[in-house]
Design a protein around this ligand. Structure first.
Ligand SMILES: Nc1nc2c(ncn2[C@@H]2O[C@H](COP(=O)(O)OP(=O)(O)O)[C@@H](O)[C@H]2O)c(=O)[nH]1
Ligand SMILES: [Mg+2]
Ligand SMILES: [Zn+2]
Length: 306
């Protein structure tokens, strides 16, 4: 049966993109193969390791190491890509991110067990004196690597290339921050690659409406994700959100009360850690806001929901 996730898959291809009931994979010999899959079965994602028959039918999907996703308007988890080594969160002075955008992306990566890297592109522009740009020390404290790049007027991406080498990386970030510009700088034959992809899918001009994997021969792969203006999380229980804030979680077990909400209770170790500078105040405030957002999304209840 096509489209099942099963351990007994004889992997021979890597999914490049998938939408509706069609996808494109790159076979081990480098050939692009279009394939169909039944809608009602598990939908393959860019980064999935799959088995295709000799006539390009989907025979199975290998179990995923992880999934990076986002919340849809109803607060449900929507996976974007699978089997990532790292999520490259791209921000820029222009368009400046809304206050919690970076914290949401960081949380999504950390919850999925995917290493986040923050790229500040458009290094030619001055950084606004506002969050997250004046709070980047919070990222150092989290152990998140920050890399500054520019694609204009000259390309400077050396430090990013070092971080990407040999890895499968997702480029995430709001529209206009320069993800496609970075991709062009990273993959010199990108036009040829997307041209070949368009020829295979039959889509006239290739647009990034679904995430697309771009192999970098010998250097891993980069997945460009569709442009989003506002990135949202999905409804989740409080323990899952906590995984996105390991800096807050590190102190949460030391509170006097087991069910401490880290708000007003006496003996709260989290607030004490904020006061003593062990937790960055910007991170604590972001966690509080995302917790309140979960109440609106209908999360915080029940068992782990995805
Ligand atoms: N000033 C400046 N502009 C850039 C830089 N990188 C990209 N841009 C511009 O930002 C705009 C959006 O870039 P694009 O790659 O399409 O962003 P995407 O929506 O994230 O894929 C384009 O006009 C780019 O030319 C940069 O380093 N500096
Ligand atoms: Mg783009
Ligand atoms: Zn507390």
């Amino acid at each position: 049966m096509g489209g099942r996730v099963t351990a007994s898959v004889d992997v021979n291809a890597l999914v490049v993109e998938a939408y509706a009931n069609r996808g494109v994979a790159v076979r081990q010999d480098g050939r692009l193969a279009p394939f169909h899959f039944p809608r009602k079965l598990v939908r393959p994602l860019p980064g999935d390791h799959i088995e295709l028959s000799s006539d390009d039918r989907l025979l199975g999907i290998a179990p995923r190491r992880n999934e990076f996703g986002r919340g849809d308007p109803k607060g449900r988890f929507r996976p974007v890509a699978a089997n990532l080594d790292q999520a490259v969160i791209v921000i820029a002075a222009e368009p400046a991110p809304s206050p919690d955008l970076l914290h949401r992306y960081l949380a999504a990566a950390l919850i999925a067990g995917i290493r986040p890297i923050v790229v500040i592109n458009k290094d030619d522009l001055p950084l606004p004196d506002q969050p997250p740009f004046n709070e980047l020390d919070a990222l150092d404290a989290l152990g998140v690597v920050t890399v500054r790049t520019r694609c204009k007027p000259i390309i400077e991406i050396d430090r990013l290339e070092t971080q990407l080498a040999g890895k499968t990386s997702l480029l995430a970030g709001q529209s206009g921050v320069g993800k496609t510009s970075l991709l062009n700088a990273l993959i010199p034959d990108l036009d040829a690659q997307t041209g070949a992809l368009s020829a295979v899918t039959g889509k006239g001009r290739h647009t990034t409406t679904s995430a697309t994997l771009h192999p970098r021969p010998g250097q891993g792969a980069v997945i460009d994700s569709p442009g989003v203006w506002e990135y949202g999380l999905w409804a989740m229980p409080i323990e899952q959100l906590m995984l996105g804030f390991p800096d807050v979680q590190a102190h949460a077990n030391d509170c006097r009360f087991r069910n401490c909400s880290h708000d007003h209770e006496p003996g709260c170790a989290v607030r004490a850690a904020v006061d003593s500078g062990k937790i960055h105040p910007g991170r604590y405030q972001a966690w509080r806001r995302l917790l309140a957002e979960q109440k609106r999304l209908g999360g915080l209840r029940g068992t782990l929901q995805r």
